[in-house]
Design a protein around this ligand. Structure first.
Ligand code: VGL
Ligand code: ZN
Length: 204
């Protein structure tokens, strides 16, 4: 990245966990490729925060708990439509751990999300009801952060919704696409790009 960063910039590393990488339960194509890029980027930031998708066993986003439904189908939840996923990122499992090559010493805070059984959380800021907060806005504001750079997995889900919420919360927001990979179901990466641009997110 050629942009010069300052004390008021934060790198937000989204869900670089084994289950989204090679051989994982919800493998993102070429997901491992983000690790080296993110390790390089981390060195350029004074502030680094990561998220960890952190579901209890039997989480409501798992297709396995909805009789007659398969992964990638959509169902209606009380808070709106929800895509169903294979069981992934279960608390305390290897799949929920960060990728072993991700440089984690520089990470100052880890926001865990998706730990409430009845509700999923794609965004680092709000759960999928768009109301329940993770506390990240307050943490970043109290630390004087004004600009957030988003990287990680998956571009079309957790990166997208984190970036949109970051912008909505008043942060300048940049998504560094070379350090992201998407799941890309039914054009979801293109849709994510359009939605992020419409929300005022800069794609770099
Ligand atoms: C994610 C689907 C389900 C992500 C997390 O990190 O993008 N996607 N849980
Ligand atoms: Zn999840």
């Amino acid at each position: 990245m050629t942009t010069k960063t300052s004390e008021t910039d934060c790198l937000l590393i989204i869900d670089v966990q084994n289950d989204f990488c090679k051989g994982g339960a919800l493998e993102v194509p070429d997901g491992d490729a983000v690790v080296a890029s993110i390790n390089e980027l981390s060195k350029q930031f004074a502030n680094v925060v990561a998220t960890q998708d952190w579901h209890p066993a039997g989480h409501s986003s798992f297709a396995s708990v909805h009789d007659g439904h398969s992964p990638l189908e959509q169902i209606d939840m009380p808070y709106g439509p929800q895509t169903l996923w294979p069981d992934h990122c279960v608390q305390g499992t290897m799949g929920a751990e960060f990728h072993p090559k991700l440089e984690t010493n520089c990470i100052q805070n880890v926001i865990r999300k998706g730990f409430r059984q009845p509700i999923d959380s794609y965004s680092a800021f709000f759960e999928n009801d768009h109301t329940t907060t993770t506390g990240l806005t307050g943490y970043l504001r109290e630390r004087g952060i004004t600009r957030v750079f988003c990287v990680g997995l998956a571009l079309d889900f957790c990166v997208r919704f984190s970036a949109e919420d970051a912008r909505r919360e008043g942060f300048k927001t940049v998504v560094i696409q070379s350090a992201c990979r998407g799941i890309d179901m039914e054009g979801s990466v293109a849709a994510a790009r359009d939605a992020m641009i419409a929300a005022g997110v800069e794609l770099s």
